[in-house]
Design a protein around this ligand. Structure first.
Ligand code: SF4
Ligand code: SF4
Length: 96
């Protein structure tokens, strides 16, 4: 679908800088515009899965000893940190 849309766009006479936001965002991942990122404490995490259940993008990965957000998809909303009953997640500012 993405390729088809790109081919249609390339075949059109529309200059690709007509809408710089749309053309720049075309290949962006959600995580590219995140302002904060969740950091999980491996010592505190008990793998209860609450963060996984609440994450709106369903980006929490099940690793061997703890759960970890996939930062390519995480939008930095902080819901996981709010909901974690063990305070195992803190939100830190992304560096610009
Ligand atoms: S909610 Fe907290 S303790 Fe539970 S799996 Fe997620 S990070 Fe670990
Ligand atoms: S910050 Fe939001 S999107 Fe990212 S892992 Fe936590 S709940 Fe999911």
């Amino acid at each position: 679908m993405k390729k088809r849309a790109r081919n249609m766009f390339d075949a059109s006479k529309i200059p690709d800088d007509l809408c710089p936001i749309a053309t720049e965002l075309f290949d962006m991942q959600v995580g590219d515009w995140r302002a904060k990122r969740p950091v999980v404490s491996r010592e505190r995490c008990v793998k209860c899965g609450i963060c996984w259940a609440f994450c709106p993008t369903q980006c929490i990965l099940d690793l061997e000893g703890w759960l970890e957000p996939d930062l390519k998809i995480c939008k930095g909303c902080g819901i996981c940190a709010e909901e974690c009953p063990h305070q195992a997640i803190v939100m830190i500012e992304e560096e610009v």
